[in-house]
Ligand binder design. Structure first.
Ligand SMILES: Cc1cc2nc3c(=O)[nH]c(=O)nc-3n(C[C@H](O)[C@H](O)[C@H](O)COP(=O)(O)OP(=O)(O)OC[C@H]3O[C@@H](n4cnc5c(N)ncnc54)[C@H](O)[C@@H]3O)c2cc1C
Length: 287
């Protein structure tokens, strides 16, 4: 339970953080809230020789509007997301999801950037980012680039990040006013990762679904963008047949592992239950 020895670095600019991480290569890791990385270091599943703490970089924090997008600094904590009235007004699924992550102690330190950069299929925010069609802003040795969340996750703990990269912000389009949303998560107890979870954002027009997007958590090696499931309800009034078809299609792409949260069949079944619940609650909330 004691991590291996490491050197600690605390840069105060993105440029310096990228410089340090590029210099250390595979021997360096960015440190954000530490609530995924430090437990892995204690288990010796991660043994970085150098930790580059991002906490001293003021420009990585905060929430702001930029035209039709919200921009959230990577070091913005899950607690900050819950506390932001601007975010709760514009993209309320972020508060709902944050409140289902761990417990207040973890949320005071755990960051949005760490949650999405980690690559753990159990993390809740990646599926929400996939659902919202978010983009990750990354600065590396060759400058800045933007990576769509839907292309970022390559496998468990494998992402589009290269050694030396710092994820600086997450950008997401603000869904239409009056949209419905829900993040439904089944967990064994408070503070647990999802057995399965579903994020839904939709808009209604004349009682019919005009747009719908669905993301799934912890039912594959990566978050899943359930496009076919969402397409099943577009143009419908979310009648039973349409919802059942969305559930069937979501289960069709789920590929969970058997673990302490249940066998494959159970977790696949629960993925569908979460989609059904999220669709129903999003419909109730849509105006
Ligand atoms: C008891 C407990 C329960 C939890 N339950 C949940 C849960 O239900 N749902 C959930 O989603 N999470 C859960 N977590 C994890 C928690 O949300 C973490 O805070 C989060 O996964 C990682 O964020 P962090 O800021 O702590 O990142 P860190 O642990 O500091 O970093 C995680 C990884 O991301 C990399 N990284 C971090 N920031 C950046 C960046 N800006 N640029 C590039 N790389 C970066 C790090 O190098 C590291 O590899 C739980 C944690 C604990 C301890």
């Amino acid at each position: 339970m004691i991590p291996g020895a490491f050197a600690y670095h605390r840069p105060t600019s993105i440029k310096d953080a990228v410089g340090l991480l590029a210099q250390f290569g595979d021997d360096g890791r960015a440190l954000a809230g530490g609530h995924s990385l430090i437990p892995m270091m204690k288990l010796r599943l991660a043994t970085p020789a150098n930790l580059v703490d991002l906490a001293g970089i003021a420009e990585l924090k905060g929430v702001r509007a930029d035209g039709d997008e919200m921009v959230i600094g990577a070091m913005t904590t899950q607690h900050d997301l819950i506390a932001s009235d601007l975010l709760s007004e514009k993209i309320p699924i972020l508060r709902e999801t944050s409140e289902l992550i761990a417990d207040p102690q973890v949320r005071y330190l755990g960051t949005l950037g760490g949650n999405v950069a980690n690559g753990d299929p159990g993390n809740d925010m990646p599926a929400v980012m996939v659902c919202l069609n978010a983009t990750y802003q990354v600065t590396g040795k060759s400058g800045e680039r933007r990576i769509p969340a839907r292309q970022f996750y390559h496998g468990a703990y494998f992402t589009a990040l290269e050694p030396g990269d710092v994820l600086t912000a997450v950008r997401m389009p603000v869904p239409a006013a009056g949209h419905g949303y829900a993040y439904e998560k089944l967990k064994r107890k408070v503070g647990d990762y999802a057995t399965a979870a579903a994020a839904v954002v939709l808009t209604l027009s004349g009682g019919k679904v005009a747009n719908c997007s669905i993301g799934l958590t912890n039912v594959a090696d990566t978050p899943l963008f359930a496009k076919d499931a969402a397409d099943a309800v577009v143009g419908t009034g979310l009648d039973e047949a349409a919802v059942a078809e969305a559930v069937r299609r979501a289960r069709g792409i789920a590929n969970p592992s058997a673990d302490g949260r249940g066998p494959v069949e159970f977790r696949t079944h629960i993925a569908g239950v979460m989609v059904r619940r999220a669709l129903m609650r999003a419909k109730e909330r849509a105006r």
